[in-house]
Design a protein around this ligand. Structure first.
Ligand SMILES: Nc1nc2c(ncn2[C@@H]2O[C@H](COP(=O)(O)OP(=O)(O)OP(=O)(O)O)[C@@H](O)[C@H]2O)c(=O)[nH]1
Length: 716
């Protein structure tokens, strides 16, 4: 017996020998490598980081075709490769458990599809959720989508495996689990699921994917629109102010007298937007004119910006400088930024005009621009917050620290982690190299997705429920006429309802009609057979009766033969013994019968015998009288009840009658006599039946010995 035969004959998993059998190892290895490679290289990206894996298809196929021993190798390799490539170690447990549970269920008569569905509903999905929650700490939404997608993913690969298994050549597809054939309802149900529900689910998943992508696009576009609007407004604000401050600077560079300066301030006041203070510094950084007084002054009594960054930067670049955010006491310690425009005369730096903007004002402006569903953060070149809807104004100028991350359910929009919360993120830079970021809650994308998933699961449940009802109903419709026929087949008449119920399909009608007509033929045949058997039985009984009678009777005299006599006489004898009834056993023998035979021939001898028999019958007519031919020319009588003397009288009457008979033989008168022996029981009821006959025989012998034509009597 080779290894293949061992595997085929032994139940799966019963022998440790087969576990390591080379064919199992090779099959497991091949299927496992195929599964692992499929998962590693052909995973289908679904939502964000959720990927669909189809490698388990090979493992399940291996399980059904080769059994658990091969499947263990296959799942070990496949899930290990998948877990490493996807960096999801818990997949090893999920896939390995799937194989073990499905194996156990297949062993109990479940079919593949059913087994996988039960595994994922009862164990797979809840375990996956728990393991992913423990290992990744992802949000509930992500866990839900991940679990649901994996379960639907399982439905897809098991469907593929089941369908593929059906299309395999019979030799290969012979199921390792030799279960009895499934019920028709189960087959219709799985057919419905395979052909309708799963394609529907697949299409629904594709639509959900598309819908999610569209939602993402819409949100991304809205966020981009907000980002651009904010940046446009800021650019506009800065450009307009820069342009007006330039006008002031030009005015001052042309006329450096006090009037020009005053005029410049006036111009600035009337045209500048959101500028809280306009200041003019000379080339040494000394504040020479301001629209709002400074609180800080140096020891000489004036404010000097000589060591300030804005001054040095503007002086050295001789170009517009927008400062970073800082706090300023002159503005109730609120954060500000400044726009600094150099006053250039030819190539000479002559001072600068500065406009100060309170960031709270900027914040208010942007607040009105941004959609309510989004948040925004504007940062300066040092990544300090200029304006933000996410923090309190007192926290402005703090650093905007976030890290780029990946959201499990977001496909294309970039996501960041800010203060441990993830956000969708769109950004751009404005004039002055400020960064405008618009943030939004990923739920804007994931909530519709989750809702779709809930709908999908509900839809799947309803569909499965509907199909199970339809399958049951349909199967019942198909099988009921057949079951009814099977049930009624032994009956003589087929119920008309069965014919009515069979009108489900053409095939069933034909089958029912064939069965009904064959039933009629069979019933007729049975009836005929029964009648024949009855007749034969009756005849047999009659023959038996006759045979019995023949066995009990003597053919010549029609009296009981010896065994017949014994049978009846014994019953009567027992009755007499029990009831102490007097009885007589009488033996009668024709005297010198040999002579009669010899003298007149055998037929005449027979005539003598029948004559004696008739005389005995004539005198012993009571129901209780039993007469038999005891052998040859010897007769036996048993007479019971009444008086013994009456028995003896009767014997005398018989012997007298025989003696008086004149038989004619060829006109010659022939006479005959008989001898008799009687044993009568009156008191001693201890003798047995045979002894009684023996005593009567002794009396007969006595009669013969003492001259014949006599009767000897013994009374006990
Ligand atoms: N015709 C005829 N003869 C029979 C039948 N059965 C027995 N026999 C004959 O009956 C004869 C009986 O002879 P035995 O036993 O010597 O008795 P027996 O001649 O009557 O002499 P005893 O009885 O001593 O008076 C035999 O010759 C038998 O062949 C029968 O059915 N028909």
């Amino acid at each position: 017996m080779n290894d293949r035969e061992i595997i085929a004959r032994k139940k799966p998993g019963t022998s440790s020998l087969t576990f390591f059998a080379v064919p199992n190892l090779l099959f497991g290895l091949n299927f496992g490598v195929l599964g692992g490679m499929t998962n590693a290289f052909l995973g289908v990206p679904f939502f964000g980081s959720v990927t669909l894996y189809f490698g388990q298809f090979f493992v399940l196929l291996c399980l059904t075709v080769r059994g658990i021993n091969s499947a263990i190798f296959a799942v070990a390799i496949s899930s290990l490769v998948t877990a490493i490539s996807a960096n999801e170690p818990y997949l090893i447990i999920i896939f390995a458990l799937e194989v073990l549970v499905v194996h156990a269920l297949l062993h109990r008569g479940f079919f593949l599809f059913q087994a996988v569905v039960y595994y994922w509903i009862i164990l797979g999905a809840p375990l996956l959720l728990t393991l992913t929650a423990l290992t990744s700490g992802a949000e509930h939404d992500v866990l839900f989508v991940n679990g649901a997608t994996r379960a639907l993913n399982a439905l897809m690969y098991v469907t593929a495996a089941a369908l593929f298994h059906w299309f395999l050549p019979t030799k290969l597809s012979r199921n390792h689990y030799q279960n009895p054939p499934p019920k028709l309802a189960s087959m219709i149900f799985s057919l419905c699921l395979l052909t309708v529900t799963l394609p529907a689910l697949l299409i629904a998943l594709i639509f959900i994917n598309q819908a999610a992508n569209q939602t993402e696009q819409v949100i991304a576009q809205k966020m981009q629109a907000n980002v651009f609007e904010i940046s446009a407004n800021i650019n506009n604000l800065l450009n307009q102010n820069i342009s007006n401050l330039h006008t002031v600077a030009n005015l001052i560079s042309l006329n450096k007298n006090q009037n020009a300066l005053q005029l410049g301030l006036l111009v600035a006041k009337s045209n500048l937007q959101m500028i809280e203070r306009t200041s003019i510094y000379n080339k040494d950084g000394v504040l020479i004119l301001t629209s709002k007084p400074y609180t800080m002054k140096n020891v000489h009594g004036y404010y000097s910006a000589k060591d300030k960054e804005f001054f040095n930067h503007t002086r050295s670049s001789k170009d517009v400088y927008i400062s970073d955010a800082s706090f300023n006491k002159d503005f109730e310690d609120t954060p500000i930024i400044t726009i600094n425009i150099p006053i250039n005369s030819g190539n000479e730096f002559e001072g600068l005009v500065q406009g100060t903007i309170k960031l709270t004002e900027l914040d208010d402006l942007i607040d009105n621009i941004v959609d309510k569903e989004f948040s925004y953060v504007i940062t300066d070149t040092r990544n300090r917050t200029i304006a933000s809807s996410m923090i309190d104004n007192t926290l402005l100028v703090s650093n905007f620290d976030f890290e780029q991350t990946e959201h499990d359910l977001i496909n294309s929009i970039s996501t960041i982690l800010y203060k441990n919360v993830s956000y969708l993120h769109e950004q751009t830079t404005t004039k002055g190299d400020w960064t405008v970021s618009v943030l939004s809650d990923p739920k804007l994308v994931t909530t519709p997705l989750i809702r779709h998933f809930y709908f999908l699961l509900l839809f799947a449940c309803l569909l499965i429920l509907a199909f199970s009802v339809v399958a049951k109903h349909l199967a019942k419709k198909i099988t009921r006429p057949l079951e009814e026929i099977a049930e009624h087949y032994p009956n003589t008449k087929v119920h008309p309802q069965i014919i009515e119920d069979s009108k489900v399909s053409d095939e069933i009608v034909k089958l029912t009609n064939t069965l009904v007509s064959s039933h009629a033929v069979m019933n007729d045949f049975q009836q005929q057979l029964k009648e024949q058997v009855d007749n034969k039985t009756r005849q047999l009984k009659q023959l038996n009766k006759e045979l019995y009678s023949l066995a009990q009777k003597d053919g010549l005299t029609q009296l009981l033969n010896r065994s017949g006599f014994n049978r009846f006489a014994l019953t009567s004898y027992r009755n007499c013994i029990r009831n102490h009834l007097p009885m007589s056993m009488i033996l009668v023998d024709i005297d010198h019968f040999k002579k009669i035979n010899d003298s007149y021939g055998h037929p005449f001898g027979d005539k003598c015998i029948t004559t004696v028999a008739k005389i005995l019958q004539k005198h012993c007519k009571r129901d209780t009288d039993i007469i038999g031919r005891f052998g040859g020319e010897e007769f036996i009588l048993m007479v019971v009840g009444g008086e013994i003397s009456e028995h003896h009288t009767r014997v005398k009457l018989i012997t007298d009658t025989i003696r008086s008979i004149e038989l004619n033989h060829k006109n010659q008168i022939v006479k005959m006599t008989v001898s008799a022996g009687i044993c009568s029981i009156v008191e001693d009821f201890t003798s047995d039946f045979d002894a009684l006959i023996k005593y009567a025989d002794e009396q007969l012998y006595l009669s013969k010995r003492t001259g014949r034509d006599k009767t000897s009597i013994l009374v006990r």
